[in-house]
Design a protein around this ligand. Sequence first.
Ligand code: ARG
Length: 458
Amino acid sequence: MKKLWGGRFQKTAEEWVDDFGASIHFDKQLVEEDIEGSLAHVTMLGKCGILTNEETEQIKAGLQTLLEKAKKNELEFSVQYEDIHLNIEKQLIDLIGPVGGKLHTGRSRNDQVATDVHLHLRNQVIEILDAIKSLQAALVKQAEQHVETIIPGYTHLQRAQPVSFAHHLLAYFWMLERDYQRMQESYKRINISPLGAGALAGTTFPIDREYTAELLGFDSVYNNSLDAVSDRDYILEFLSNSSILMMHLSRFCEELILWSSSEFNFVEIDDTFATGSSIMPQKKNPDMAELIRGKTGRVYGALFGLLTVMKGTPLAYNKDFQEDKEGMFDVVKTVKGSLQIFAGMIDTLKVKTEVLEKTVKADFSNATELADYLATKGMPFREAHEVVGKLVLTCIQKGIYLLGLTIDEYKQASELFEEDIYEVLQPKTVVARRNSLGGTGFEQVNIALNKAKEALGN
Ligand code: ARG
């Protein structure tokens, strides 16, 4: 079978070699972007007088027919034509005759593939931005219900200080807000047109790159043709932003997994986002959370894969770059799916407020409060820390918590203690009093909730 580029060849590769080199198996996903790019290119060729009006109109009509078929999933691709670009060109020629062969005037597959991917990623990033917002909205909705629900706050996974559950949820809201900003900010580096860079050096035809950029809705054009065909930074940036986003989701997954265990028992994941065991009838597994945590690994893998593909490649285009697509497609699918599942999981999450109420009373996470109490009354904090440390030790030895000590025991430890400590030690008081800017105090959490809603545009 003769190749579209077969002129200088005397022999043809065997089918299995062609198969190894082909990208049609996966770049067929770019079919619509490929045709849209070609439509802009041929429109420009007509406008610049490089093709006649008649040729231009014939090619455009042919491409429109192919686009409609593509949208209906009616196009069939063949590995013989290697990639989406040559498959479409072949079908165009079959459809409208030899004039179809004029489409590729002043263009190379190198600027063509780059154009397709820029168009594709631009659209996917817009969808991902929407999905981030939906998850943020689900977090705000839950947070609104749980400003006064108190959970243990941890450092080193040891109980540290109690916090508002809304405060904990909003921590993830702000991580996602940064993810959103990063994705949005990267958009301007995705939305640049490489079209017209040719194979690497530009072209002898009097093309108008700014015109094709405008037709395709790009904000600008690459300034350098070598850079245009060999830049994959924008994909790396997308993979990197996706990796950070997935890392955030993965951390949250870990918490949901811990919290839904009998050891913690803070939340229940809805039946619709959990699964059973084929052998142990009692089990309800947080599979979706575990899967998202697991999928984070493959997203990192795609980032490191492409970084490694790129590192030793000379200017300009190299076939290695064909390896940029599968990881990117996979990450788009993974990130979109994970965000969607996560939003559903948060939306339906049941918070076990009765359990939490008991839980936060059964620990020493109010100890800092006691030290602050003494410090407020003038005792140097370091000394107060020591006094309270000893009281904690007494409690541990007696098998009780700080609220269980008598006022006499407190007075013995320090004359500064008064009856009001029993109020001070209540988890609600402990949380409420952390009213510094950005803290967990209820007042602050309500302010933060409003800020979050503002960020969401509500
Ligand atoms: N399938 C190729 C890719 O994905 C398209 C560009 C091919 N260019 C070339 N000179 N072989 O990168």
